[in-house]
Write a protein that binds this ligand. Structure first.
Ligand code: NAI
Length: 514
């Protein structure tokens, strides 16, 4: 048996919009003869002219030789009718996101191309299984989901529906590699990998905003400090609230209205009010005039903490070690250092009986009520420290003080966090605060995707790092946390909010026992 090899295959790209043009560029630069078709008259020729400018831009920046640019451009041929592309061995469809229109196109193509020609769809939300239904050779239809901008984004999700031949998926997977991409196999389920696992990144920010637990500025600062390139609110402003709301609704509907994916009232109100983000000039932030820019935080100055008699660092592991270094530095001027109790059941710092506790899901109020001292504050997970144990000075970190705490502790808790090297940002006393809660939900979603055979753990990690630039993959975060602790946090969220959203994945429950 010969394996299907698409390297250098004559290619037809249907749809000369943002994605189609990008796909044509990458394929032409990888040596394919590319025909480009669009139903809008002149669109394919316009796209080629624009690609000519793009390639010239790369030449000017020294990223491409002028010969390579000319050769790539010469490989692209706009066609006026689909019939001209009968010799294609691979078709990549990047037309309007509409099941009926895409189905009609694939039927038309089947009547035209040879039975061995692979049909790939760049759909971001339509079921690959549904698109293949009714085709004479449904096994040749596969998802080839690129990310925008195609020439820059490394990820391609290779999506198999129920009909897709394994050989076809494998051929497209290998081809993506020759285009300089990293391919990841995905099963056709709503949102595939990236758009599904990423939902909580927005959803948890919106849930916290709905209950006024934190401002957009604070949420963005915390998640940026955790290594994300953009905070959820500034990112939603960039994507556009209308687009993001539509994707959320489609994932919600596609999951039979599972409450876990329910859109937020915050989102709907923004859309109803025309606050669409950058494109309308205002979303969570003002993007025109003199309003505060995205992420601008009020500057808070924390005084040095009051002199303490006894300071103890509790717990083991990289985060406790980081606290130990911070406490040692904070106390050095007074000529003494902290004690360490690494057999302690909690991670944090105790100052004369008052506690700064790493959030595990229990709120500061609960800890104070259940364990005695009223002076408790919880602080968020310094995510970047869990792997390396180090953090830049001044890293933003959310914290919450127990409602029972003394007036003095309300100022001492942030003063100590500042002395330990953080920029403390107050939020409401909610389970998992900002980063721990968001990341736990991302891992939970990834665990469910793996449980359902959508992707492998390594596939999920690669997809989230390359498709949405996450600083680490969900299973990499998990490797430095623990399934049991993460599960405890999800269960704490579930106990507080009830309902389906914080339902823990059975995959995590099983791994928590190992
Ligand atoms: P676009 O609106 O920029 O381009 C679509 C093009 O398809 C238009 O030029 C339109 O004239 C043409 N078209 C519509 N119906 C056609 C037909 N029946 N035959 C031939 N051409 C037709 O859209 P964009 O953003 O390039 O998206 C295309 C596809 O890629 C959609 O399925 C979308 O969901 C998917 N996608 C989009 C991403 C994005 O960030 N824009 C990311 C990943 C996937």
């Amino acid at each position: 048996m010969t394996t299907l090899d698409l390297k250098g295959a004559p290619l037809l790209v249907v749809g000369a919009g943002i994605m189609g043009a990008g796909i044509a560029q990458v394929a032409a630069q990888s040596g394919h003869a590319v025909q480009l078709f669009d139903t809008r008259e002149g669109a394919a020729a316009q796209a080629k002219a624009k690609l000519g400018n793009t390639l010239q831009g790369l030449v000017a920046k020294g990223k491409l030789s002028s010969d390579a640019a000319a050769t790539a451009l010469a490989r692209i041929t706009p066609v006026d009718a689909l019939d001209e592309a009968a010799a294609a061995q691979l078709v990549v469809e990047a037309i309007v996101e509409d099941l009926a229109v895409k189905r009609t196109l694939f039927k038309q193509l089947e009547a035209l191309v040879e039975p061995g020609c692979v049909l790939a769809t760049n759909t971001s939300s339509i079921s690959v299984t549904a698109l293949a239904a009714g085709l004479a050779h449904p096994g040749r239809l596969v998802g080839m989901h690129f990310f925008n901008p195609v020439p820059l984004m490394k990820l391609v999700e290779v999506v198999s529906g129920l009909h897709t031949d394994a050989e076809v998926a494998q051929a497209v997977f290998a081809l993506a590699g020759t285009w300089g991409k990293v391919a990841v196999h995905a099963r056709s389920t709503p949102g595939f990998i990236v758009n599904r696992i990423a939902r909580p990144y927005y959803a948890e920010a919106l849930a916290l905003l709905l209950e006024q637990a934190a401002t957009p500025q604070v949420l963005d600062a915390c998640l940026r400090a955790a290594g994300f390139r953009m905070g959820p609110c500034e990112l939603m402003d960039l994507i556009g609230h209308d687009t993001n709301f539509a994707v959320t609704q489609s994932v919600f509907e596609a999951n039979f209205f599972d409450k876990r994916y329910a859109p937020s009232l915050v989102q709907r109100e923004m859309v109803d009010g025309g606050l669409l983000g950058r494109k309308s000039g205002r979303g969570f932030y003002r993007h025109e005039g003199t309003g505060p820019g995205a992420g601008a935080l009020p500057v808070a100055v924390h005084e040095a903490p009051a002199t303490a008699r006894e300071v103890t660092v509790h717990g083991a592991g990289p985060i406790a070690d980081h606290l130990q270094r911070g406490a040692t530095q904070a106390l050095a001027a007074q000529g003494w250092g902290p004690a360490r109790r690494d057999d302690s059941p909690w991670v944090g710092v105790e100052v004369d009986g008052a506690r700064l506790v790493l959030s595990t899901g229990r709120t500061a109020g609960e800890i104070a009520a259940q364990e005695g001292p009223a002076d408790v504050a919880v602080f968020d997970r310094p995510l970047a420290a869990q792997a390396s144990g180090t953090l830049p000075a001044g890293t933003a970190l959310a914290y919450a003080v127990a409602p029972q705490a003394s007036v003095a502790w309300r100022t001492q808790a942030p003063a100590w966090l500042a002395a330990l090297g953080f920029t403390p940002l107050p939020v409401a006393d909610t389970p998992g605060l900002v980063v721990a809660r968001t990341v736990a939900m991302l891992v939970n979603e990834a665990a469910d995707a793996v449980l359902q055979g959508v992707c492998t753990p390594a596939g999920a990690d690669a997809a989230m790092k390359l498709g949405v630039n996450y600083p680490a993959g969900p299973f990499e975060w998990l490797a430095h946390w623990s399934a049991a602790e993460l599960l405890a946090l999800l269960d704490a969220l579930d106990a507080q909010y009830r309902g389906e959203r914080y339902r823990a994945s059975p995959w995590l429950r099983r791994h928590a026992l190992i």
